[in-house]
Design a protein around this ligand. Sequence first.
Ligand code: 6PG
Length: 262
Amino acid sequence: MMSPKVYSHAESADVANAVGKHVLKLQNSALESGLTFKIALSGGSLGKVLKKALIDNQDIAPKVKWDKWEVFFSDERIVPLDHPDSNFGLFNEMVLKSLPEGTTKPKVNTINESLLTGQDGQASGADQAKDIEIAKDYQSKLPKDHKLDLILLGCGPDGHTCSLFPGHQLLNERNELISYISDSPKPPPRRITFTFPVLENAVSIAFVAEGEGKAPILKEIFNDPSSKLPSKLVTDIKTGVDVNWFVNDAAINGVDVIASKY
Ligand SMILES: O=C(O)[C@H](O)[C@@H](O)[C@H](O)[C@H](O)COP(=O)(O)O
């Protein structure tokens, strides 16, 4: 079993630089043996980190082969693509819209907007049958072997990752690769998410977590071997996935880990 590696830097700019270098490493190794680089993204502060790493960082930006990228979302909220809660919307605002003119855009796999119900796709239009259809449609967009080269994840203050929440039944989902969730404890309630079979089959997974607010949950993940938090379960995946954490020093203050610079 590979043990997770933790990379920590004091400054946010250095965390973004480390994430950018890791993305390039996985991109280049994917393109040595295949035609595309398959990467999955999350929401939260990751949008900002990706902009800093892949657009603003002049050492990294020219090396990103956007035309060879196939982008997926590790979870997505069931809202229109231009809604402020949409993870695609975040990536679009932060990264896609900032690509230099003339750049061939990556292939981005979004939820099928035509399947949305209700004005904002949320409680007003809740329709479980549609949510199942949205999840199935997204599942059909995954690579046939459902192998992603890199999955970038956040970690919520409750230890959730993707839209896999502590104690939720979806943690045990083994049949579906993409599941819907209509009772997300964090709004918006209706979402789709990768399940463990997709996470377990990835080449590499990288968590990005910054700020002193993350220290309590990182303490539980790294100091408590019996923890069943979703981020801990993903960190401990035993299928040979290369799992890395990219953090800043404040996030691991008091956490029992050996961290290095990337
Ligand atoms: O609703 C959600 O599921 C969260 O917003 C999630 O998308 C986010 O990745 C984590 O909560 C970490 O967020 P930060 O990286 O901003 O701390």
